[in-house]
Each structure stands twice: as C-alpha cells, then as structure tokens.
Design a binder for this molecule. Structure first.
Ligand SMILES: [Zn+2]
Length: 272
C-alpha cells in the first residue's frame, strides 16, 4: 500500500480553541444565504489564522496576560474577511468578546456584558463627533474610598469601515451611557509615521494596541503591534505568492517579546 502526501496538507500542530471572532464567523457562515468567497478558497486557507496553509502563522500566535477586556462590535461582513484584524486582538487578548452589529436588534449577551459590574466599558470613537461631557482621553480614576475592587477596562471597538462605524455609533443607544475614549492625536500621528503606507486608516488591532498602552499595559500593546506586523507579512507574502522571511524585523521583534530564549529561525514549541 502506498501513501500519497498532498502538497496542500496542513502542517501538524495542536488545534487552537476557537475564539470569539472565530465563533462569530462560524455563526455568520451558518446564516449565509450564499457562500462567502474569499480569494483562495476555504480549503487553501488555514481556518485558525485565515492565511494560506503554506504561510500559516498559527505557531506564532502569542498570548499575553492582561487585565483588559475587548468587546468587538463587528459590521456584518467583518468576521468573514481574511484581512480583518479584530481577529488578531482575539488571538492575543483572552477576554475578547465579539458581536455582530445590526441596527434593528441587539444581542442580549452584549447587554449582559456591558452591565457586568466587573467591567468599565469605554466606547472608542473620535471625540470630535461626541458631546464634550462624554469624552475621556485616559481611563477613569478609581473612586477614592471605594471598597469595591477597581473595575477592569472593557474597550468597545467598532470593527467596520469608517462610514459603517459612524452609523453603528449613532444607532446603538445602549452605548450612550458610557464614556467615549478618544485616542490622542499625538499617539495617532506616531502611528501614521510608522505606517505611512496606509496613513489614512488605522486598523482595528492598531486601535486595540493603543488601548492596551493607555491601560498601562505596554508589553501587551507591543506584542499586539508586533503580531500585526507578522500577520501582515504572512498575509501579503501569501497573496503575492512569495516566500516567508522568518528572520525579518517583525518576526525578530515578536520573538524577542514573547520567546526571548528562542533560537533564530525556530518557531516550534510555542504552543505547549
Ligand atoms: Zn494558521
């Protein structure tokens, strides 16, 4: 008997537990009236990182301990896009929640999460579109003398195109009671310089990294930034049918942050 090995076979590795965005994608696909077609069919893409199997980056998925929670409100099609970067936040931040947004209905689980007393929700949105009383540029201080433990920040990110995000913000009355966290222009301009190739748009995971930094968790912020750079490399090299460079600056930075003892070129034994 002979065994044939397919060139398209996925590399052997332990399966990753589906996270909030992954589950949302599964739900969204189940409701789809017509099949969603991303370039490179589902058979060619790794279901866990959404990149072609040949360029899979699952072995580089970092997890950092953080007190922060992330709540992604996703426009309908976002969970299905292989380029969606809210997915990367869910990879890195254990307490990531994800909900599909619809104008006419709200998931009761979202309302339960927002009302949970362990969390202080912040809606991340530009301050110039909001009444000044609601706008904050830093986390709220703990109440002096309050015997209760400090609330953990829960960042509500509108994961959508800019036009969709504006509509989601205006038409979600259940968000009106929460402060609006407006990211500081200086921080944004730093990102613009660093990412001049796409200066007009901050992707969701960049916003997530800024939130982590504001919450006093610079290492988690750095890990998410570095992971985005690694993802971008894998995604674009796969799209352009080019080989990976596992020793480029992005990979070295991520390894240095997450696995400092790892020998160069080695990307195994990261998930144990
Ligand atoms: Zn993968």
């Amino acid at each position: 008997m002979t065994t044939k090995k397919s060139a398209k076979q996925a590399p052997a590795r332990p399966p990753l537990a589906p996270h909030a965005v992954s589950r949302l994608r599964t739900d969204r696909l189940a409701r789809a009236v017509k099949p969603f077609r991303a370039r490179g069919g589902p058979a060619e893409r790794c279901p866990d990182c959404r990149v072609m199997h040949s360029h899979c980056l699952c072995a580089l998925r970092p997890v950092v301990p953080t007190q922060v929670g992330m709540c992604l409100l996703m426009a309908d099609i976002e969970p299905l896009k292989p380029s969606n970067t809210g997915w990367l936040i869910a990879d890195v931040v254990a307490d990531t929640f994800a909900f599909g947004w619809a104008r006419t209905q709200v998931d009761p689980a979202l309302l339960t999460l927002l009302a949970d007393p362990q969390w202080q929700p912040y809606v991340v949105f530009p301050g110039e579109f909001v009444t000044p009383e609601r706008v904050v540029t830093a986390l709220l201080p703990a109440v002096p003398g309050d015997a209760l433990p400090a609330k953990r920040p829960l960042f509500v990110l509108l994961d959508a195109t800019w036009a969709e995000a504006g509509k989601m913000f205006r038409k979600s009355p259940y968000l009106n009671q929460f402060p609006v966290l407006s990211l500081h222009p200086d921080q944004l301009s730093t990102y613009r310089l660093r990412r001049s190739s796409r200066s007009d748009h901050f992707c969701t995971s960049e916003v997530g990294a800024l939130c982590l930094a504001l919450a006093g968790e610079p290492r988690a912020a750095e890990v998410l930034e570095a992971y985005l750079d690694v993802f971008t490399h894998h995604y674009l090299q796969a799209k352009n049918q080019q080989p990976l460079d596992l020793e480029d600056a992005a990979h070295q930075r991520l390894r240095g942050l997450c696995w400092p003892g790892d020998a160069p070129g080695r990307q195994s034994a990261i998930h144990t």
